[in-house]
Design a protein around this ligand. Sequence first.
Ligand code: NAD
Length: 283
Amino acid sequence: MKKLIGKVALVTGSGRKEGIGAVVAARLAEEGAAVVVTDIDSTFPEFPQYKVGVSEELAEVAATINDKGGRALPLFADVTDPTSVERLVREAIGEFGRVDILVNNAGASPGPAPLAQFTLAAWEKTLAVNLTGTFLCCREVVPSMIDGGGGKIINISSRAARNGALWMHAYSASKAGVLGLTKSMALELAPFKICVNALCPGDIQTELKQWGLEMEAGVKGITVEALKEEIARVTPLGCLGQPADVAAAVLFFASPDSDYLTGEVINISGGFGLGNATGHLGF
Ligand code: NAD
C-alpha cells in the first residue's frame, strides 16, 4: 500500500539528477505524492567554481517522475529570496491546492577555507542558502499546512552540525542552526499536527560530495579512491551512503509511520562516530 496517496510534497534543491533532492522527490512520488521539484536557475557569480543552477536538469528530473506515472511540477526558485519563495509556494498551491510535505534539501558550501582566510561572502552565502532558505520556505508553507489540518517538514541538516567539519565553518554553523530551527518549529507547530524533524547525513555519494572529496584528497595529497577507502574504514557499516538511504528516511518522516515523532534528528551515516575510529576496546 502506497503511503503518500493524495499528498503534495515540495522538495527544494531537487534539480540535480544525481543529487539527494531528486532521489527524494522520486521516492515520494513512487509512494503516491504529487511533487514540486525546485531548484535555483542561476550560478553563484561570486563563486564560479561552485556548481549550482540546473536549468536543463530540473526539467529532466520532473520528466523522469512523470514518465514513471508520477506527478511532478518543476519550478525554479532561489530559497534565499523571499519573493522567489513566495512565488514558488503560490504556484505550487495553484497547481496542487496545498502543500502537505516540505523537504528543505537545498544546500551549499561555497568557499570552504581555514578560518583566517574564510571570506565574509562565503559565510553569508552559506548561511543564506542553508539556514535562511530553510526558514523562508517553512514560513511560506506553514499557513497552507495549518489550513490543511497538518503537515510534515523534513529539514536536511548534516553530520557537520553535530561534529563540525574541517574548513566548513559556515556550513557546520548553518546546519547546526537548522537543528535549532527544527526544534523551535516542532514546539510551535505541534498543536497544528505539523511534525518537524531533521536528518543528518554523513558521507552520501553525490556530485557535491565528490567535489568535497576531490578537494580533501588534494589537500591530503592522496587519491579520491584512497580517501574513500579511509572513510569506509572508519564507518562501521563499511561504505559511503547513497541518496536512496536519505530518501528512505525522508519517506519515514513524511509518512503516517512517524505521526508521533516531532523535533527528532536522525543520523544517516553508517554508524560513523560510534565507538572510536581506531577500533581499540576504548572503555
Ligand atoms: P547537491 O549540490 O546536489 O544539492 C543541493 C541543491 O541545492 C543543488 O541542486 C543546488 O542547485 C541547490 N541550491 C543551492 N543553492 C540554492 C538556492 N539558493 N536556491 C535553491 N536551490 C539551491 O548536493 P547533495 O549532496 O545532494 O546535498 C543535498 C543536501 O544534503 C544539502 O542540503 C547538503 O548540505 C546535505 N548534505 C549532503 C551530504 C552529502 O554527503 N552529500 C552530507 C550531509 C548533508
